[in-house]
Write a protein that binds this ligand. Sequence first.
Ligand code: ADP
Ligand code: X2W
Length: 259
Amino acid sequence: MADTRTKLTVVKVGGKIVEEESSLKQLLENFATIEGHKVLVHGGGRSATAIATKLGIESVMVNGRRVTDAETLKVVAMVYGGLVNKTIVAKLQAMDINALGLTGADMNYMVSNKRPVGEVDYGFVGDVKAVDARLLADLIQKDIVPVLAPLTHDKKGNLLNTNADTIAGEAAKALARYFEVTLVYCFEKRGVLRDEHDDESVIPKINKQLFTKYVADGVIQGGMLPKLENAFEAIDAGVKQVIITKADAIDGKSGTLVV
Ligand SMILES: Nc1ncnc2c1ncn2[C@@H]1O[C@H](COP(=O)(O)OP(=O)(O)O)[C@@H](O)[C@H]1O
Ligand SMILES: CC(=O)N[C@@H](CCC(=O)OP(=O)(O)O)C(=O)O
């Protein structure tokens, strides 16, 4: 078993960075410079939306989560589990990083339940039920770099769509049993902003109280909700540090620290 004092960095990269070849290249180069053990979790929501549009499938997002009907599930399985995941793995291999692409079904590492229908019917969206990080930790110890796609499974033969911010949070929480984990959410803005359109308005530190206030004021909404909700859960579950920052600042020296 790994020593919990051994450091592990879990980096989550979102759709806008992944979609553009130049920003993805830059992100992966920065990721390669992170010392020690690391895991990359990717989104790809924008790529899925673009491909769904080409196929005549409309994309519906509610509170930053995709409503996933049967046809949309096929698209996200192809895009996240195939195109995006394997492109990233190939690019990391070109940098001599021994990456291994995984969905939750692989090694049965992340099992979810189809989200019950409430006010919103999210369709084939999975709420994480169990994470077995033991085999992931073994691989990480052997200098393999897991590249995690935003797909889980229900152990009954069905893939489910799970938000990549949630995958990152859940993986970080489970790996905190084996390592000292830092979780870095990186995207195209410099952090959590007071004004979404002003990159100079970074909120340097955020706690649950401030979060609740900013949500009520409409300062935080959409795709920022799953990031922060998962960030607080991760901190509560023993993840050492969570940072939300721009993709070119994954050293964690700037951005928003979640406390
Ligand atoms: N206070 C905020 N600060 C920064 N971004 C915010 C804020 N509130 C909402 N957002 C939105 O959240 C988006 C990030 O979420 P999302 O698009 O899901 O990114 P990713 O694909 O990287 O997970 C930003 O592009 C921005 O539009
Ligand atoms: C259920 C749900 O919302 N799944 C997300 C998974 C991808 C994702 O989270 O991508 P980003 O990180 O690029 O936003 C979706 O299909 O959009």
